[in-house]
Design a protein around this ligand. Structure first.
Ligand SMILES: C[S@@+](CC[C@H](N)C(=O)[O-])C[C@H]1O[C@@H](n2cnc3c(N)ncnc32)[C@H](O)[C@@H]1O
Length: 411
């Protein structure tokens, strides 16, 4: 089904393109501004749509409301650009974070590279980042709605890009001399969702995995966004794999082509706007295992997904509490971006009854439950453990030497 901007029934791609063009006119711009104000005033959808249609006509009023709603969703990530950009629901769902696209563009263009292609531009996040970084950009998509959005969004920000209708599979197959679509650098972000659902098998992405590896083989200066759950065995030799988290959640994984690759694996952690990178040239293997000590460290998901827990363990003088589980322990707290640290007050075998008794004894009435290697439902356990005490604690449910165990920690 093509993307749509209307709040109503599905429309064709040609109709969506027509609506987007209408929104780019002065009247469309006024309708979008009005829709934005109605949303800010929390006007209900029926009233808002009838006012917009009365003031601007049905052809512009309905689509203006649809785009205004997408802009509200986009605002936290797109900030000051938001009100100049057009999105559809589909393209916004697939859009990456502009600040990470900017970081990627800088690395892709380092050393004075002047031209780059965005292979599958959607609403243009990568194209915009590349153009802002000073590249001459080609943006490719086979979806006419995506091309319309990218062309509009690039121009709305005062940038330029050449937007082309082409099949990425064919372009990559035709890549020669390290170049694709006449460009030295390339970013590929395959579609990994269909019908609102994630496609887990990389062969089912669009373009598929075979195009991903072909691009990495043929164009050394390329970067591909992949699913954070990508199996490490798939990472081609000589290609750097990077996992990026923001605020403690994994947001993207990248494969850097051999002309850009500078390490084996990289974990990038963005916390409070600060970027921390941990790069390792070879598989660090497994961290040693030992009994829980005074401090528990929960590695950031970028560290876990990139396979760098043993590297962090070594740096912190820490050990795993169990060979299969990514919780670390040491005698001291860690002032490190790679982990969150908690002081351990008690270690006991998992038993709700014993735990409740201990919490009562300590005057703890509210807990946060964290778990790894356990089937407990954190929300259910939080309710079960709620008591009268004023105290707070973190309850970590895990396994230690394969035994279900609770580590009671200070918040
Ligand atoms: C995940 S989206 C890209 C999102 C974009 N990087 C962003 O951050 O906004 C993938 C895009 O690739 C396009 N696409 C998928 N397969 C393609 C193909 N074989 N040829 C051209 N475009 C394709 C889709 O139409 C879609 O717009």
């Amino acid at each position: 089904m093509p993307s749509q901007v209307r709040a109503e029934q599905p429309v064709t791609a040609a109709e969506t393109v027509r609506q987007l063009r209408a929104l780019a006119t002065p009247e469309g711009t006024a309708a979008l501004a009005r829709a934005g104000r109605l949303l800010a005033d929390r006007t209900d959808v029926v009233t808002a749509l009838s006012r917009l249609r009365a003031e601007f006509g049905a052809e512009v009023g309905g689509p203006a409301w649809g785009v205004a709603r997408q802009r509200e969703k986009a605002r936290p990530a797109f900030g000051a650009d938001t009100d100049r950009l057009l999105f559809t629901g589909d393209t916004l769902e697939q859009a990456g974070r502009p600040e990470l696209a900017a970081r990627r563009a800088a690395r892709l263009l380092a050393g004075g590279v002047a031209d780059a292609v965005d292979l599958g531009c959607a609403s243009g996040t990568e194209t915009i980042a590349l153009a802002r970084a000073g590249a001459s950009v080609v943006a490719v998509d086979r979806d006419p709605v995506a091309r319309e959005l990218t062309a509009h969004n690039v121009a709305a920000l005062g940038l330029t890009a050449q937007v082309r209708d082409a099949d990425v599979v064919e372009l990559v197959a035709a890549a020669r001399d390290g170049r694709v679509a006449d460009c030295t650098a390339a970013v590929l972000d395959p579609a990994r969702r269909a019908g609102g659902r994630r496609i887990l098998d990389p062969d089912g992405w669009s373009p598929p995995w075979s195009t991903v590896t072909e691009l990495l083989d043929r164009v050394p200066r390329s970067v591909v966004k992949v699913a954070p759950g990508l199996d490490h065995d798939r990472v081609p030799a000589g290609v750097e794999a990077e996992w990026v988290s923001v605020g403690g959640s994994i947001v993207e994984a990248l494969l850097w082509g051999r002309g850009l690759s500078s390490t084996w694996r990289r974990a990038t952690v963005v916390r409070s706007g600060q970027v921390h990178e941990l790069a390792v040239d070879a598989d660090p293997g497994r961290a040693p295992v030992a009994a829980p000590r005074g401090w528990l460290h929960e590695p950031d998901p970028a560290v876990i997904r990139s396979g760098l827990v043993a590297t962090v363990a070594e740096r912190l003088g820490a050990t795993l509490v169990d060979g299969q589980i990514a919780y670390l322990t040491s005698d001291a707290p860690a002032d490190s971006p790679w982990v969150s640290s908690y002081r351990v007050t008690d270690v006991l075998p998992f038993s709700v009854k014993r735990l409740k008794a201990l919490l009562r004894e300590r005057g703890i009435g509210r807990v946060v439950v964290k778990k790894r290697g356990s089937a407990v439902e954190p929300e259910a356990l939080v309710k079960q453990l709620r008591g009268k005490g004023e105290g707070r604690a973190v309850v970590v449910v895990t396994r230690v030497a394969d035994v279900p165990t609770v580590l009671l920690c200070e918040p």
